[in-house]
Design a binder for this molecule. Structure first.
Ligand code: ADE
Length: 278
């Protein structure tokens, strides 16, 4: 991500939520209506913060201080402002992410929460095609729900979960998502193909786990690299990789298999061999 930022592919900005809390203690939370444990983040503070980030970025762009204002989707269908610039802004270990503040554009607002829809590789690809992501991570029990309702009338608002567990706050979830999205931006990964071979990548790897990988030496502590990988036979290597992906998915994430698309004859045979009784 550091390289992507240096190259101007990605721009990340952090904002301190407490800058928009006006009491002496910079309070950002309050007790929940209806009672119960924990605290809820105040809507006024988030509202002012989000408004300021949106308006502030637009102002900067029109003032000419940030690269290219036009933005848009590049020819290969992925990402970015017209300069290829992306901006991720975040509000304090509570805030936002953008890719390229762009005149006349608004960010997609992403609110990490365990009760959100699941963040997946497909969602990462969707986000990578957005010019500007604004992340609003919460601490405590979450953000007053009216904030999401308010912005849903103006922005595309997503409440997303990175997995079925509860973190102490949404900041780590933002890091996870920014990293997953940033590596999909054109020019970030050395080898463009590695994105399509990833576990879960839409296409042939949708709902499949990537199999094992090896590098030199050919024998390490008595463990050998599978012969086929040294054979130079591209067709056999591709078939072996596919079989290993199916095997690994069968063993580790069997619930994914029914959703694997377009199984060919060899795939079906590989699965039948794994599960002779099934
Ligand atoms: N905040 C707390 N837990 C979370 C999770 N699993 N995903 C996203 N945000 C969160």
């Amino acid at each position: 991500m550091g390289k992507a930022r240096e190259r101007g592919i990605l721009d990340i900005r952090l904002h301190q939520l407490r800058d928009w809390a006006h009491d002496v203690h910079h309070t950002v939370d309050d007790t929940p209506y209806g009672g119960g444990p924990g605290m809820v983040m105040k809507p006024e503070v988030w509202g002012e913060a989000i408004d300021a980030v949106i308006v502030g970025s637009a102002g900067e762009v029109s003032g000419g201080s940030i690269a290219e204002p036009s933005g848009g989707i590049s020819d290969d269908g992925v990402v970015a402002g017209s300069s290829g610039e992306s901006l991720v802004s975040g509000l304090e270990g509570e805030a936002a992410a953008v890719r390229g503040p762009v005149v006349g554009r608004t960010p997609r607002l992403i609110v990490p929460t365990p009760s959100g829809r699941r963040f997946t590789q497909s969602v990462a690809l969707e986000y990578a095609a957005e010019p500007w992501l604004l992340f609003a991570p919460a601490r405590y029990e979450g953000i007053d729900s009216r904030v999401m309702v308010e912005y849903a009338s103006r922005l595309h608002v997503d409440e997303v979960s990175i997995g079925d567990y509860v973190l102490a706050g949404g900041e780590a979830a933002v890091l996870v998502m920014v990293e997953a999205v940033a590596r999909l931006l054109p020019g970030v990964l050395g080898n463009a193909n590695s994105v399509t071979d990833d576990s879960f990548a839409p296409g042939a790897m949708q709902n499949l786990l990537e199999g094992p990988v090896y590098t030199k030496p050919p024998v390490w502590r008595g463990h050998e690299v599978p012969d086929v990988l040294l054979s130079g036979h591209h067709g056999k290597i591709a078939r072996w990789r596919r079989d290993e992906a199916l095997r690994r998915t069968y063993v580790r994430r069997p619930e994914l298999l029914p959703a694997v698309q377009d199984l060919d004859k060899a795939d079906r045979q590989a699965l039948a061999d794994l599960n002779p009784d099934g």
